[in-house]
Ligand binder design. Structure first.
Ligand SMILES: [Zn+2]
Length: 212
């Protein structure tokens, strides 16, 4: 399964009528968060493949679109894409699951969680993973997240510290991939892929085409 995975930044290479020539054929679109709805919707309509997303710590606020006359319509999610947070989905033979948000670093109502709250999210997701395990012999293949795990691609400042709870999550549920954004890259020598036990942890900022 070839996936276009996007995160955090509107990338002019993709936000272009030439997107399909630039990325080649893909089977799936995944968004790791912090992206405006119009960008996800543009990519979904141009690439025309199933699309799944989680929210980042930014961009959960609604957006407004012009409606009839001088009215504005409030929009709370991108159209044509499925919110994966606390859910699993099976696309062909690939088992996806999602955990949104970043570590809590201020009082904002956006998708921020303490590590304990992320543990609760994991517990809420676990029954669906257990159903996968019974049906398909594995919990999941790909965790779509916004934040990295603690100590892998994360940063020392509070807003960019990864989730400690993702480490036992990977050891126990053994996803083949944990895809994340949130950590913007400013140099081209930063580590973006790290193997942790059975999981490839990949920072997809601002986009990657991956064979999953
Ligand atoms: Zn973020």
């Amino acid at each position: 399964m070839r996936a276009l995975v996007i995160s955090d930044k509107v990338e002019p290479i993709l936000y272009s009528p030439a997107i399909n020539e630039r990325i080649g054929p893909v089977d799936l679109i995944l968004s790791c968060g912090d992206l405006p709805f119009y960008y996800i919707e543009f990519i979904v309509s141009m690439v025309n493949r199933p699309a799944y997303y989680v929210f980042g710590n930014h961009g959960r606020e609604f957006e407004y679109q012009s409606g009839k006359g001088d009215q504005w319509n409030r929009q709370t999610a991108p159209l044509g894409a499925v919110n994966l947070h606390l859910c699993t989905e099976k696309v062909n033979n690939l088992l996806l699951a999602g955990l949104e948000g970043s570590i809590r670093y201020n009082d904002s109502s956006e998708a921020q969680y303490t590590d304990n709250e992320m543990w609760m999210n994991i517990l809420r997701l676990a029954p669906a993973l257990a159903v996968n395990r019974l049906r398909y012999g594995r919990w999941l293949d790909v965790l779509v997240a916004h934040s990295p795990p603690f100590g892998i691609h994360d940063k020392p400042d509070r807003a960019h510290t990864g989730f400690r709870s993702f480490l036992p999550f990977m050891r126990f549920f053994k996803p083949r991939y944990l895809l994340h954004g949130h950590i913007h890259l400013y140099r081209n020598n930063e580590v973006v892929q790290t193997k942790y036990h059975d999981t490839e942890v990949i920072n997809v900022y601002p986009f990657r085409v991956l064979d999953l």
